[in-house]
Design a binder for this molecule. Sequence first.
Ligand SMILES: NC(=O)c1ccc[n+]([C@@H]2O[C@H](COP(=O)([O-])OP(=O)(O)OC[C@H]3O[C@@H](n4cnc5c(N)ncnc54)[C@H](O)[C@@H]3O)[C@@H](O)[C@H]2O)c1
Length: 282
Amino acid sequence: MSTVAITGAARGIGEAIARALAARGHTLLLGDLDDSVVELAASLGGVGSVLDVTDQASYEAWLALVPQVDVLVNNAGVMWVGPFDEEPTAVAERQFAVNVHGVVRGTRLVLPAMRARRSGLIVTVASAASVLAPAGEATYAATKHAVHGWMTAVRQELVGSGVELALVMPTVVETELAAGTSSGGVPRLSPEDVATAVVAVLDKPRFETFVPARVSVLLRLLSLLPQGGKDAMYRRLVPDQVRSADPAARAAYEARRLGQEAVSRTAGCQPRSSASRGVPRS
Ligand SMILES: NC(=O)c1ccc[n+]([C@@H]2O[C@H](COP(=O)([O-])OP(=O)(O)OC[C@H]3O[C@@H](n4cnc5c(N)ncnc54)[C@H](O)[C@@H]3O)[C@@H](O)[C@H]2O)c1
């Protein structure tokens, strides 16, 4: 069994991955900004500590808690939702710091030892927004596209090294991060659905896994369509968070993860459109 390090493991998808891997006998190193991760790790027989993936010293100290990391799961992430021109610059930069530079930092830190051992797996929880780009998630989608591009290049560099990279790309999942958002024409996933996909990747590594798998069919279809057809497909299946998300329902999450500045535009607001009220929300 392997030692698996999971970032952003205190709740949501990270917690579900931790529980699924503990049940399969893996040894866990869990990290999160939230110190509840310490108790969670102890309850699963692993080690946990506060981790800020945007801080090099914090990341190094966290990794030093175990003798070896066989699998790194880059899971920590943050999301702001709203019209691109209302997004404060600091909020956009924070998303890049966590979602992109946090992933790059962790990968660079664990890679030398994995390369030396000629074995290891780095799983990144990216997003369907790595390949699609919902309105109202411009910066978030940019960060997830960036991670996809970065991993695609690094994977080429690692061919023959014994180290595998994997991207797990879910649609909307029922967690705090997705509070008040729409899932468009696709049913919401549970964090356990994503954990099941991560377990499958540990059993049999593959570079790209969409959750649900049929997203890859949609992508193939989109690539064949002219722009008008793509636009029609987007309207049917990809959520428009400018029209549909509920800023009031997101306020607590955005204040906690992205600072009060992230919500000053939204506090007390109602959803921008009532036309989309039939769309499922968290
Ligand atoms: N929820 C969705 O709809 C969805 C869909 C696709 C992909 N994802 C991705 O899944 C991953 C997990 O998201 P989630 O939905 O479980 O969110 P969540 O908010 O429920 O959990 C994310 C965890 O990451 C932690 N975190 C945030 N910044 C951190 C930092 N700097 N250092 C360490 N930990 C930090 C938070 O404290 C939190 O516990 C993210 O990368 C997210 O982008 C989520």
